[in-house]
Design a protein around this ligand. Structure first.
Ligand code: GMT
Length: 373
């Protein structure tokens, strides 16, 4: 198939998932055309079957805000015609699905299928704002297929938008060959002493990730046992995390690493992964941690209970329940045998439920169903 993929090319979860899916589809013989304002960050070069088409935004002086939605729609229509695309797969409803609908309306091929994959904040935070809600409802109704990354997100979409059409749940997936327990190599010795435990957090440091709470939980743990915290990623709340580490007197034990292409190495160095998000439709970074054999302590929100098996591969607590999360960390870090059992179960569970071999065919089947009408 010739698939036009639209996504945010950033390190955010939807962009990462779209990129990994595109690469996996190309390796299975499909032709994948990314349409975005820059090449997706997570793309490891352009192998066979993967191309990128840059959206250039018009900067005419009249436009205070350049019309990205229209530039994207125009580019999608051009690429679809020039490359003979079979369908559009758009990740994140806003504004990508709206652009796809406009592109299709101006194209000769009026029956071009549009598949929308909902990732989370396009529904839970941004899409539910009163000004955007009717737009997302329109996007859902005008898509030929809709997928969501968790049962929780599908249910929230039905409830928030009164959407009664089919929503297929296709979970995120992870490459267990890249994210694996051995990926740390000798790095751990550079990061922590033998007797120290390593806690890791990876995100885009947006308020929804509750990253300052990561530092507070860590301070609670570090008061009881020798430990270090790795904060991987970049985003708006990063300065607040630094300030909080300073205020709590743990800044010498917290290391901040901006976005790194070696995220799998740092993840695999962890004894525990922390994700105390306020909302999380799936939790791709938690999945990457589990694949790396790192148990997860996270919020009991959104799709996280579908990813982390409470009491087997990690622990869940209601968001804001700091003491519960600190206790969960101490329970695992204070009992190495138990932590290792969780680590083994985490890896096994990922191999059973979230590999590309299991998940990518679910998208292929969805494409085939759409093309059959
Ligand atoms: O806020 C983010 O983490 C980025 C966001 C995105 O759409 O780029 O991530 C969402 O999509 C990921 C991939 O499907 C999910 O694993 C994340 O849980 C989800 N983030 C939230 O729901 C907050």
């Amino acid at each position: 198939m010739k698939i036009g993929v639209v996504c945010y090319p950033t390190f955010g979860g939807s962009g990462v998932l779209a990129t990994e899916l595109g690469s996996a589809l190309a390796s299975r013989g499909h032709e994948v055309h990314f349409v975005s304002y820059e090449p997706p960050c997570r793309l490891m070069g352009f192998g066979m079957g993967v191309r990128h088409h840059e959206v250039q935004v018009s900067t005419y002086p009249l436009f205070k805000y350049p019309p990205y939605l229209l530039s994207l729609a125009g580019k999608m229509a051009q690429v679809a015609a020039a490359e003979g695309l079979d369908l559009f797969h758009v990740h994140y409803a806003l504004p990508h699905t709206i652009s796809a609908c406009i592109a299709r309306a101006v194209m000769d091929k009026k029956d071009m299928p549009i598949l929308t994959t909902l990732h989370g904040t396009d529904i839970t935070l941004v899409g539910s704002q009163p000004v955007f809600l009717p737009m997302v409802r329109f996007a859902l109704r005008d898509s030929d297929g809709v997928t969501a990354v968790s049962e929780s997100l599908a249910a929230e979409t039905r409830k928030t938008f009164g959407f009664e059409g089919e929503i297929r749940v296709i979970p995120n997936f992870v490459d267990p060959g890249r994210f694996h327990p051995g990926a740390c190599g000798t790095l751990r010795r550079e990061l922590a002493g033998e007797e120290e435990k390593v806690l890791v957090h990876v995100s885009n440091f947006r308020p929804v990730k509750n990253t300052v709470e990561v530092v507070r939980i860590f301070a609670g743990v570090a008061a009881r046992l020798p430990a270090r915290l790795l904060m991987v990623g970049d985003g708006p709340d990063l300065p607040f995390c630094r300030d909080e580490a300073e205020r709590l007197g743990v800044s010498d034990r917290v290391r901040f690493l901006a976005e790194t292409p070696q995220v799998e190495r740092y993840l695999a160095c962890g004894d525990l992964f922390l994700l105390p998000s306020w909302k999380e439709s799936f939790g791709l970074t938690a999945l990457e941690a589990l694949a790396s054999g790192v148990p997860v302590v996270a919020s009991r929100v959104g799709g996280l209970p579908e990813v982390v098996r409470h009491g087997e591969t990690g622990f869940l607590a209601d968001p804001g329940k700091r003491e519960e999360m600190v206790d969960a960390c101490l329970e695992l870090l204070g009992d190495e045998e138990k932590r290792r059992a969780f680590a083994r179960s985490a890896r096994e569970d990922v191999l059973e439920r979230f590999t590309p071999e299991r998940i990518v065919p679910l998208y292929e089947k969805t494409y085939a169903d759409l093309l059959e009408g």
